[in-house]
Design a binder for this molecule. Structure first.
Ligand SMILES: [Zn+2]
Length: 52
């Protein structure tokens, strides 16, 4: 059987090398793909106060 891991965010099957385990405090050990990381990263940046 050929099983592809799934992203826990968009629930799409991804290549294992594309998935990252999201550690706390950002996540709870779920798998996240490169695309979702980018989306999440942008969201986090938008949340940050602009200090410069
Ligand atoms: Zn994803």
């Amino acid at each position: 059987m050929h099983e592809h891991p799934r992203c826990d965010h968009c629930e799409e099957e991804c290549a294992p090398e594309e998935l990252v385990i999201l550690a706390q405090p950002a996540g709870h050990g779920e798998l996240i793909c490169g695309r979702c990381i980018e989306i999440m990263f942008r969201r986090e940046i938008a949340k940050l106060p602009r200090e410069n």
